[in-house]
Design a protein around this ligand. Structure first.
Ligand code: FAD
Ligand code: SF4
Ligand code: SF4
Ligand code: SF4
Length: 765
């Protein structure tokens, strides 16, 4: 073990420099085994190792419908240049024998002196010393090791991965190259057996170069002398092109990863994760920041629909995309620069929440002059005056805001826009984006609602964000509602000193619209859920002292799929000294003069379309930051397209081209549990406003991403092509169409659906 560890510790990324000096090309390898031993996979594994070292490879089996146990052969060819020879291997430079019982007539046919031979046998080298005196040969008990390590079944032991360990040692290849290939091919579990074979293989040099004289011994078998090649083998036939019978050709294509299609902000998730993996934080930020104005925010508070759709969910857990986004935002130094616009326009944005900020960012990036009119003193909307700091700390929000404002955006703060001013903005600016968020919060209209101690949750949260000192609570508090505002109120109330916090919701927990993780955190911190209860009256004299709660039963599903709450006559009374209402907000477009209307998120005056566009919660009522960001960007693009007399670019995502879980070859990937976020201990966070979730400790999670629908240049197609018609080129791979049979093995084996077979007639090659 010690020897292997030192090899591993010093190994850098394997490349062609790791090849032995005496290896010459083309290199031809022949394997002899029995059906069921995994000989063909063994040949593919060897090909994958050479491919990993930067060489062209070809590998295929020579068998038909043999039964298990029948002799089979497999071949691997390796070269520095693309391989054109498609014949079987008649003059192997390396010979691997998976079953010593096959040693017999014909086995050494075409094997010249000096060749490398590896035999799977429990015997020592001395047993074969005389017979193989002219060869560099190795002996390994691969069957024994594989059986010991439990590879295969008790009756059929699979020895291929073990034997390749011995082969690597015989050639003095670093073990690190096996680690890379096995991991990539989902064979990490077999690495221990390969490592044991790497250590234990007994090697003999040809007699001429030997210092050690082989100890003789009786050979268990009698081998023939090397025979001349058959005429057919001597005279390699001319290469035959595929001809006209092949009807299909494989091709490399990008398909849409479900994470990309599910992100409402329009982020290129697979793009930023792969960039993070290959090139680090800045390269990833460059991609992320094309669509995402607020990555520090979304990396913390997004409900992450991308993760719900991630293909890896079906295997061992979704990629922790949200936290990778947070990592990039928190660690990258990259800052996007504003381009110069050919025709710069002046645009106004009303409302500096996520939708307005996203619109302003996209416009400023493209070189336009943007002015944000914000009624509050500071930018951020709900991000600043709603979401508590223990979920979204001030510095994280500030980081995103500074990046946006650094593009040269003008801010008019403390500047509420009214109907009259809307008319003025329409005159003065080339276009206006209105992103004013939701309007007033709903009330219950229940008896006693005006009692002291009953407050809108949003105003409580806004006061809390202004500084902990402003809100000091005591006594029993009840929050009414089931959305994010309700959960934030409940957790903030606990931190502000309430002795108990109960959350009353009229439906069941499963139907609460709040982010599921937030509900779990609230319960963990001590918030008590009271589902299926409807407040019908408040009790108290001057000050609230209790709530009358009616029991609720659930009826049939509403249009939104949630079951309708049916309030019963059965009531109970709950004592409390304070109530926070979190019942949602109105969604109205109230800034326009009476003669203007809104159609498809655009303002019209009579039949004349105005260049005024609505975005975010006020337009869609979607109610998440990521939706507001996507919507703000699309409104900005619509405004620009209207000014340029063009149409906004059509949505690039085609549902039909989505990569489904069934199209991912899970078997090519090792099982790896997701890397979870780190959290502050519960006892520390319950009473504190410090950030609870500390995110990831590194970027290893990016390694788990399958890269659905996008080629990673993993070489699998190149290794699996039985005819060696795939070779590397500057921008990926080239398929030699004149020789491709269109068998589709490469397409079927691509682990991530980055290839497809197309009809030749379609011309979509
Ligand atoms: C307490 C709470 C917690 C939430 N938690 C989450 C969460 O964890 N994850 C999530 O994805 N979503 C969450 N949401 C929802 C999310 O914050 C909103 O969907 C999002 O902020 C909507 O963005 P917006 O830009 O449309 O509106 P807003 O954020 O409301 O911004 C509107 C802006 O317009 C300004 N404005 C309004 N009227 C005028 C005017 N007349 N003139 C000038 N300026 C004006 C406002 O001051 C404000 O700055 C939460 C919402 C709340 C209330
Ligand atoms: S914004 Fe949200 S949905 Fe989009 S990639 Fe980030 S976490 Fe996923
Ligand atoms: S594995 Fe990667 S590319 Fe595939 S859906 Fe998940 S995050 Fe997206
Ligand atoms: S098999 Fe690998 S190299 Fe070939 S297309 Fe798929 S991802 Fe790309």
């Amino acid at each position: 073990m010690g020897q292997i560890m030192s090899i591993l510790a010093t190994a850098s990324e394997p490349d062609a420099a790791d090849l032995p000096d005496d290896i010459s090309f083309p290199l031809e390898i022949r394997l002899h085994g029995r059906g069921g031993q995994g000989g063909v996979t063994c040949a593919k594994l060897i090909a994958a190792i050479y491919a990993q070292l930067g060489l062209n490879v070809q590998t295929f089996g020579d068998y038909g419908a043999e039964r298990s146990g029948a002799p089979v052969r497999a071949f691997t060819r390796v070269n520095r240049v693309p391989i054109k020879n498609r014949n079987k291997v008649y003059h192997p430079d390396h010979l691997l024998v998976l079953d010593a019982a096959l040693l017999g007539p014909q086995l050494l046919d075409g094997v010249a002196a000096g060749a490398v031979i590896l035999i799977n046998s429990p015997e020592g080298t001395t047993q074969y010393a005389t017979t193989f005196a002219d060869y560099r040969f190795g002996i390994i008990d691969a069957t024994g090791i594989a059986r010991e390590q439990g590879i295969g079944t008790s009756t059929v032991v699979i020895i291929n991965t073990t034997l390749v360990g011995a082969y690597a040692r015989l050639l003095d290849l670093p073990f690190a190259v096996l680690e890379k290939v096995y991991t990539r091919m989902g064979l990490s579990d077999d690495l221990a057996a390969a490592e044991e074979a790497y250590q234990k293989v007994q090697i003999r040099q040809p007699v001429n170069g030997m210092t050690e004289v082989p100890v003789g011994g009786e050979l268990a078998i009698s081998l023939p002398t090397v025979k001349p090649q058959t005429e057919h083998a001597e005279d390699i036939p001319t290469q035959l092109k595929t001809g006209n019978w092949s009807t299909q050709l494989p091709g490399y294509e990008d398909y849409v990863a479900p994470c990309n299609s599910a992100c409402p902000a329009g982020n290129d998730v697979v793009g930023f994760i792969q960039a993070l993996k290959k090139s680090g934080n800045d390269a990833a930020a460059e991609i992320l920041l094309r669509t995402q104005a607020l990555p520090s925010v979304c990396g913390r508070v997004c409900p992450a629909p991308c993760m719900s759709e991630c293909n890896r969910r079906q295997m061992d857990g979704a990629i922790n995309i949200r936290s990778l986004e947070r990592w990039i935002s928190d660690h990258a130094a990259f800052h996007p620069q504003a381009q110069e616009a050919d025709q710069p326009y002046a645009l106004a944005v009303v409302g500096g929440g996520p939708a307005g900020l996203s619109a302003a960012y996209q416009l400023a990036l493209r070189g336009h002059q943007v002015t944000i009119f914000e009624k509050e003193e500071k930018l951020g909307g709900v991000l600043r005056y709603g979401i508590p700091v223990y979920r979204l700390p001030e510095d994280a929000l500030q980081r995103d805001l500074e990046r946006i404002l650094s593009l040269g955006i003008e801010l008019q703060n403390n500047h509420p826009v009214d109907t009259l001013e809307m008319e003025r903005l329409n005159e003065k600016f080339d276009a206006v984006i209105v992103s004013k968020g939701f309007s007033d919060a709903y009330t219950l209209a229940a008896a006693g609602e005006s009692l002291s101690g009953i407050e809108q949750g949003l105003s409580f949260l806004a006061r809390s964000r202004e500084g902990e000192a402003k809100v000091k609570l005591s006594g029993d508090l009840v929050v009414i509602g089931g959305g994010n505002t309700a959960i934030d109120c409940a957790r903030t109330a606990l931190r502000s000193g309430a002795s108990s916090v109960k959350l009353v919701y009229r439906r069941s927990r499963a139907e609460m619209p709040a982010i599921a993780e937030e509900i779990e955190d609230a319960i963990r911190e001590g918030v008590q859920l009271l589902p299926l209860r409807q407040p019908v009256a408040f009790r108290g004299v001057g000050q609230v002292a209790g709530i009358v709660l009616a029991e609720v039963e659930l009826g049939k599903a509403d249009a939104d799929g949630r079951r309708r709450p049916l309030v019963t006559e059965r009531t109970t009374e709950l004592a409390c000294s304070r109530v926070l209402l979190a019942l949602g907000q109105e969604n109205e477009l109230d800034l326009l003069p009476e003669t203007w209307q809104v159609r498809d998120a655009q303002a019209w005056s009579g039949d004349e379309p105005l260049n005024i566009w609505f975005a975010g919660d006020c337009a869609t009522a979607d109610g998440t930051v990521t939706h507001a960001i996507g919507n703000g960007r699309r409104a900005a693009m619509a405004a620009l397209a209207s000014l340029n007399g063009t149409k906004p670019a059509a949505a690039q995502l085609q549902q039909a081209a989505l990569v489904a879980p069934a199209q991912i070859r899970f078997s090519h990937f090792p099982i790896l549990a997701p890397h979870q976020d780190r959290h502050k201990p519960l006892e520390e966070v319950r009473k504190s406003f410090e950030e609870v979730n500390l995110g990831l400790s590194g970027t290893a999670e990016a390694e788990r991403c399958f890269s659905c629908g996008r080629c990673t240049q993993c070489d699998t197609c190149l290794v699996y092509c039985p005819d060696g018609v795939i070779s590397r080129c500057d921008d990926g791979y080239r398929i030699d169409e004149e020789y491709c049979k269109g068998c589709g093995i490469c397409v079927a084996e691509c682990p991530r659906r980055a290839m497809d077979l197309n009809d030749k007639a379609s011309g979509k090659e």
